[in-house]
Design a protein around this ligand. Structure first.
Ligand code: ZN
Ligand code: ZN
Ligand code: ZN
Length: 375
């Protein structure tokens, strides 16, 4: 992806998002928000610089003043074409000038600012030295729900990304698995995601046999064998919004135990999904899924949180994890992905993206959740 995002958002959409961000920042006791290139800037302004360079690009949002985007002069024409550009003022700075001095008068010299997590340390240090009285908090820590509630157009894009990932699964289940390397199947999956409209593939996990017991295993040289369980977990961005789904398939007929573990994870995933409704806490989704697995005696084999938010990135708040009391709100969108991992043997994970609706949840992934047998 480069230049502007293809998402169909108008200057008014971006004006609303920036106004919401300023409001939330003020409520959090911040003097404003400073946003460098990355997902927050893309979401707020529609601007995604072609390349992230050492030259400072920074959106300054503060109550009572219009949004200002500080940009290098040579990148200003690109920024002017961003969908959100009409909703902000551009301030360019030229090589040889001090970009932090060019930004300093926009800031309260004693203010505490939220700053986007992926801002380069170089830039934060530059701001701190230009304005030693300022202080900073991570936007993700201070405003974790900034991008969490999606509007109908965003939900439609997430649903389309989910449908594209589902189409990739429906096709990958028909290819030969036995005798090929994990990395071969992963390459097939990446090609399918692109063919079904993704612009970027973020991950294609293909974890066969004992590799499936390691949730972080990506894909390697292991030759997939008859009798292997294979965890597939893949996703990326389509039209600026994310997909992320997991299915666990089996090469040939599974054993009774493999079937039992798969059924257990499926029941846990269903319980997590059923816990999704407005007003429930994020941790309730985790608890519902985890209880099913713990009751079956596999509690210690479910070694990660149940889910994470998704939007203009494939992993973001809110997190479905014990201790997260954030209530669910219609429009939030996140994964429900319990797993059971038996070290040295096999693993099972089943993952759908779920959107919170007025009275429950809606799955954005709809491929079979019973165990698919592959060749
Ligand atoms: Zn097997
Ligand atoms: Zn996943
Ligand atoms: Zn996920």
């Amino acid at each position: 992806m480069n230049g502007t995002t293809p998402a169909p958002f108008t200057a008014d959409d971006h004006r609303d998002r920036m106004a919401r961000a300023v409001r939330q920042a003020a409520e959090a006791g911040l003097a404003g928000l400073l946003v460098a290139p990355g997902p927050d800037l893309t979401w707020l302004t529609g601007y995604t610089p072609t390349a992230e360079t050492e030259r400072l690009t920074l959106l300054v949002l503060a109550p009572g003043r219009d949004p200002v985007l500080v940009v290098p002069t040579l990148e200003a024409p690109d920024a002017e074409r961003a969908p959100g550009a009409p909703a902000l003022t551009l301030r360019d700075w030229t090589d040889g000038k001090d970009p932090y001095a060019a930004t300093a008068d926009l800031l309260d010299p004693a203010g505490r600012y939220g700053i986007s997590d992926n801002t380069w340390a170089l830039h934060l240090l530059g701001l701190q030295s230009a304005l030693p009285g300022t202080s900073y908090a991570s936007v993700t820590e201070a405003l974790p729900m900034l991008r969490a509630v999606k509007d109908p157009a965003e939900l439609a894009l997430l649903a389309a990304a989910g449908a594209a990932a589902d189409a990739a699964f429906e096709e990958i289940r028909t290819v030969p698995f036995a005798g090929r390397r994990e990395s071969d199947v992963a390459a097939d999956l990446a090609a399918l995601l692109l063919r079904y409209g993704h612009s970027r593939v973020d991950f294609t996990i293909v974890a066969a046999g004992p590799n499936g017991a390691d949730p972080h295993h990506e894909a390697g040289d292991r030759v997939i064998a008859h009798g292997d369980m294979v965890v597939l977990d893949f996703g990326g961005l389509k039209d600026g919004y994310g997909s992320d789904t997991s299915r666990t398939v089996h090469v040939g007929e599974p054993t009774d135990e493999e079937r039992r573990v798969h059924d257990l994870v499926r029941a846990a995933q269903e319980a997590g999904f059923r816990a999704v409704r407005p007003g429930a806490a994020c941790q309730d989704v985790d608890r519902a899924a985890r209880a099913v697995i713990a009751d079956a005696g596999h509690g210690e084999h479910f070694i990660h949180r149940t889910g994470h938010g998704i939007g203009v990135t494939t992993h973001e708040p809110p997190y479905m994890v014990e201790g997260e009391e954030q209530p669910l709100v219609p429009g939030m969108c996140f994964s429900v992905e319990p797993g059971v991992y038996l070290p040295g043997r096999f693993g099972v994970r089943i993952e759908d993206i779920v959107a919170v609706t007025g009275d429950g949840g809606r799955r954005l992934n709809n491929t079979p959740r019973d165990m698919v047998i592959v060749d």
